[in-house]
Design a protein around this ligand. Structure first.
Ligand SMILES: [Cu+2]
Length: 152
């Protein structure tokens, strides 16, 4: 799955809810901390009833691997962990990932055109500048609530 995810970064995703350009950004921060840390969280604006997607970095500072097993939010009917992939015709699709492994001492990047949290049928309009909460459930680390800023 790692290899597939990496090659997907080469493609521009054109799809409602997950659309946008892939971004070049250096991943050069010090690995220091403890537990599971979430950084750089944001989500796309969406009208009530539509889809949004949330992105962030997850770093596992523990000595053991962990798994993100589910995600919940009050602002969507359904929240799923998704990955983007290339269809046979060269278009981009996306599909649910049952759980997301976060290896010990490493960072997993959720970003446009790659892994993302899909918010399906948002229950209120998510406007630029607002925030909402996501609850991340990790197999070892338990629940972690993350404040997600909404921006374009
Ligand atoms: Cu998706």
């Amino acid at each position: 799955m790692k290899t597939a995810a990496a090659s997907l970064l080469l493609f521009v995703l054109v799809m409602a809810g997950c659309s946008g350009e892939t971004q070049e950004s250096a991943e050069s921060f010090e690995i220091s901390g403890e537990g599971i840390q979430i950084e750089g969280a944001w989500a796309r604006p969406a009208s009530e009833g539509r889809m949004s997607a949330a992105y962030f970095l997850i770093t596992n500072f523990e000595d053991q691997n962990d798994n993100l097993i589910s995600v919940q939010s009050d602002v969507a009917q359904l929240v799923e962990i998704h990955e983007s992939y290339e269809l046979d015709n060269g278009m981009m699709g996306m599909r649910e990932v049952p759980e997301l492994e976060i290896p010990s001492q490493s960072t997993i990047r959720l970003e446009q055109g790659g892994l993302h949290i899909m918010l399906i049928q948002v229950t209120r309009t998510l406007a630029d500048g607002e925030t909402f909460e996501l609850t991340l459930n990790f197999a070892n680390h338990g629940e972690q609530i993350v404040e997600i800023p909404i921006r374009l």
